[in-house]
Design a protein around this ligand. Structure first.
Ligand SMILES: [Zn+2]
Length: 298
């Protein structure tokens, strides 16, 4: 996949190193999420990455007292690991930027404005209005704050499982979570959650499964727009990517008074179903064709 044409998003909230369980917030002013605001923020990050050899501690920029601590802590991880993670974070920003461009244009076509979601990068543990995310939590979208939560170690595992094809799988995962945000933007997610709260919604044709398959279809719509950059997909690539994403983990149900994360871990469709709906979106490029709630045959 060639992602160098993608504009990196500035809606990345980097919490890596700020709240990792074992560190217990011991990194000075850790725990305060920093938004990398705008192009300038990105340039600063690039410079920092050059200066510090890919140190992963991009936090602490608003808390000078903790700055050096943070960077040292990043270096402890070893240069190889740090480089790898930096590549991962920049790819995430580019794929997210690509989804912003795609959905921004799509909403605009219908006279609507697309409110961009924020993507939180974390390692180990972090909190959200949908509950706390820890090591075992896969990526998830929290409608309570319109943020996508992503532990980069999830991507490390996908890389190990898929090798070079892992980058498409990563892009798919981000586009899928963005799909949940789009569902939230158009009001489908709150409706679906109300239906799920009424109970009795389980099984292969449940609202939860339809929600997941629609998010896959919306990911496919994005892929249609980005196809020149994604490159040709061979038969089986998609199923493999989706299978790997599911095997490593997926959105995890979390609930508290402020709302729900999107539940995937026990209510997603099969890899084949998910790949099929991804293709529906990719071929049609049309939201209406992604109506998994009306589909008789999933
Ligand atoms: Zn999902």
């Amino acid at each position: 996949m060639r992602d160098d044409n993608f504009r990196p998003s500035s809606n990345i909230e980097d919490r890596r190193g700020s709240s990792g369980g074992d560190f217990g917030g011991g990194l000075g002013g850790g725990g305060i999420p920093i938004r990398t605001g705008g192009g300038l923020g990105f340039i600063i990050i690039v410079i920092l990455v050059i200066l510090f050899g890919g140190g992963e501690q991009l936090l602490g920029t608003s808390a000078p007292a903790s700055q050096s601590e943070g960077f040292q802590s990043g270096a402890v991880g070893g240069e190889e690991g740090a480089d790898h993670e930096t590549l991962g974070a920049s790819r995430v920003a580019r794929v997210l930027g690509s989804t912003e461009d795609y959905w921004g244009n799509y909403f605009q076509t219908y006279g609507e404005t697309y409110a961009q979601p924020t993507l939180v990068l974390f390692r180990g543990r972090t909190s959200s209005p949908c509950g706390s995310a820890s090591g075992a939590t896969g990526p998830f979208y929290c409608p309570g704050d319109n943020k996508i939560y992503l532990d980069l170690s999830f991507f490390d595992e996908m890389d190990r499982a898929l090798g070079a094809r892992g980058d498409f799988a990563q892009a798919y995962v981000i586009a899928h979570e963005v799909g949940h945000h789009v569902q939230n933007e158009v009001g489908i997610l709150p409706q679906a959650h109300r239906a799920m709260e009424r109970g009795g919604d389980r099984g292969a044709e449940s609202v939860a499964v339809r929600l997941e398959l629609q998010a896959d279809c919306l990911a496919g719509m994005w892929a249609k727009g980005a196809v020149a950059d994604i490159g040709a997909m061979e038969q089986g690539d998609l199923e493999e990517a989706i299978g790997a994403a599911q095997a490593v983990g997926d959105d995890k149900l979390q609930k508290n008074s402020q709302g729900y994360a999107v539940p995937d871990s026990f209510t997603h469709g099969t890899s084949a179903q998910r790949a099929r709906w991804f293709r529906v979106g990719m071929q049609s490029g049309n939201f209406a064709s992604c109506d998994t709630f009306k589909a008789r045959d999933l």
